[in-house]
Design a protein around this ligand. Structure first.
Ligand code: GLU
Length: 290
């Protein structure tokens, strides 16, 4: 039988901090408990914010922390074609539409709308600016040369489901949710699946990779708990296997202060430079010293 795999999937858009260390150690602990493997995935599709130097630093910090992973490391930038294929499939299903409006135009469309609904991250839902464009209108906007963001038609997507979506939470959500949890992708409205700048998006890449890499239990921070609704929807639409989820608590400033007297910079690198050992970091975060 294949050993279960657990993944840690940082984005190389900055230095790893204690929150990342907690997440990586949590994943390592789950892999050890289950006699499984630790998979490292570098989520670097956002070429505007990600840097190769940060990716190198992540590997170095994780090694220092005492984490070993199964080679090779997966880099999402090597698999863009897969994510584009998934988007093309959703498009063929009639579930995507292009939006040519700039962020400012979307913001302007929301001015004066009272009590407009917001998504779980607090951002206003897309007001449907370019939804339902006629063929002519679309062609005209295309001619302006403005690249489109590809949005999911949430109502149509939900209409394809034959049963309410749920997910199995083994840890807990921010309000203590656990067990079989209802998934609420509709709370995100017509969200962007193909970003205007990079062509793809985190949501599409993460569900494809978790399936490709055979991840059966997803360990990650509670900040992504509500995004799980979107991931379950995409898994259902793309006929991907359903993993279970184990969201963990987030490490706040307090823990950072405890470890680092100056506390301004909680990066692992700066803690290391202050003389902290990996064992001290591990124990303070609640894990075995090695
Ligand atoms: N790349 C994401 C991050 O660094 C994590 C994605 C995930 O664990 O699903 O926040």
């Amino acid at each position: 039988m294949r050993r279960p795999r657990f993944r840690f999937a940082p984005s190389p858009n900055g230095e790893l901090h204690l929150g990342h260390a907690f997440s990586a150690l949590f994943t390592q602990a789950r892999a050890r408990q289950s006699d499984g493997d630790f998979i490292l995935r570098i989520e670097d599709i956002d070429f505007i914010r990600c840097r190769a130097a940060y990716a190198d630093a992540i590997l170095e910090d994780l090694r220092w922390l005492g984490i070993e992973w199964l080679e090779p490391v997966r880099r999402q930038s090597d698999h863009l074609g897969l994510y584009r294929d998934a988007l093309a499939r959703l498009d063929r299903m009639g579930l995507l539409y292009p939006c040519y409006a700039s962020r400012q135009q979307v913001r302007d469309a929301l001015v004066g709308r009272k009590n407009w609904p917001v998504d779980p991250d607090g951002a206003p839902l897309y007001p449907g600016l370019h939804k339902g464009l006629s063929r002519e209108e679309r062609a005209e906007l295309e001619r302006t040369g403005m690249p489109a963001a590809w949005r999911l038609d949430m109502d149509r997507a939900l209409a394809r489901l034959d049963q309410p979506l749920t997910f199995r939470e083994q840890g807990s959500g921010p309000q203590g949710q656990g067990g079989l949890v209802p998934a609420h992708p509709e709370r995100w409205g017509d969200l962007v699946l193909g970003r205007r700048d990079i062509g793809v998006s985190y949501h599409i890449a993460v569900v494809i990779d978790d399936a490709e890499q055979g991840i059966e239990e997803i360990t990650r921070g509670q900040d992504l708990f509500h995004a799980t609704g979107v991931h379950r929807l995409l898994q259902a639409l793309l006929e991907l296997p359903e993993p279970t989820y184990r969201h963990h608590r987030l490490i706040g400033d307090e823990m950072g202060r405890k470890l680092s007297k100056s506390a301004h910079d909680r990066s692992l690198r700066s803690l290391r430079e202050e003389g902290l050992t990996a064992a001290e970091v591990r124990v303070t975060l609640g894990f075995q010293p090695s």
